[in-house]
Design a protein around this ligand. Structure first.
Ligand SMILES: CC(C)(COP(=O)(O)OP(=O)(O)OC[C@H]1O[C@@H](n2cnc3c(N)ncnc32)[C@H](O)[C@@H]1OP(=O)(O)O)[C@@H](O)C(=O)NCCC(=O)NCCS
Length: 192
């Protein structure tokens, strides 16, 4: 029987990771309605704001059902909403989970995705007794692959013709990070 898993509040040198609130719906909708941001995403951009409300409800459901944590990421210096990262599909029997993330293009290129994921992974390895974290990315999504490699993930294989993104059949890479290979980041993760 699963127990609930309250969403943690995590701090890094430059970021605040926290539970989603109703007030995030506008920022979330702006993020997920961008075709540019989601050009390698496995589902189309949102066209209705109600999708943002459903997403926030789903985050709370994850916490209640104890299946993972999907956290909003704010910049510490000005409180700006940057995006989110998640640890989902937690399987306590296999001691495994999946990593995901999405940030607005204004936030790209500063090391934020890597910094936030490092904090979430540190929490997950410390608290959930994980052994393996998996992530998948479109093979064209070089930035996402680079984030995973900076975190220590190993590219394990290719899922051929895994998704259809904007009408294009695309391959995905599968990445895995095993507990014994995990090296917690020294803070702060430097901006480039
Ligand atoms: C992928 C994503 C999370 C990266 O966020 P970010 O905050 O820019 O990531 P970071 O700054 O931590 O690292 C990005 C790395 O990719 C590199 N990079 C970015 N674009 C690149 C490109 N076109 N070619 C080669 N490297 C690239 C950067 O130089 C950086 O590596 P470095 O630190 O060695 O220089 C962000 O672009 C995003 O949210 N995209 C939309 C949603 C998405 O695709 N999510 C992932 C789904 S699997």
């Amino acid at each position: 029987m699963r127990t609930s898993l309250p969403a943690p509040s995590l701090h890094t040198a430059r970021l605040r990771l926290r539970a989603f609130e109703d007030a995030d719906a506008n920022d979330l909708f702006a993020l997920h309605s961008s075709g540019y941001v989601l050009r390698y995403w496995d589902t189309p951009p949102w066209s209705e704001r109600a999708r943002a409300e459903k997403f926030i409800t789903a985050c709370r459901q994850m916490a209640q059902e104890g299946t993972g944590a999907r956290l909003a990421v704010d910049r510490a210096s000005d409180g700006a909403f940057l995006g989110w990262c998640s640890l989902s599909k937690w399987n306590p029997d296999y001691r495994s989970a999946s990593l995901g993330y999405c940030y607005g293009d204004a936030a790209w290129g500063h090391g934020y995705a890597t910094e936030a994921a490092g904090a979430l992974l540190r929490w997950a390895f410390d608290t959930l007794d994980l052994n393996r974290v998996q992530a998948e990315t479109d093979t064209r999504n070089v930035a996402s692959a680079r984030v995973l490699e900076k975190l220590g993930f190993v590219r394990e294989g290719t899922l051929r013709e895994d998704c259809v993104v904007n009408g294009d059949v695309s391959d995905s890479w599968v990445y895995g990070l095993i507990r014994r290979e995990w090296e917690p980041p020294s803070e702060p993760v430097p901006a480039r």
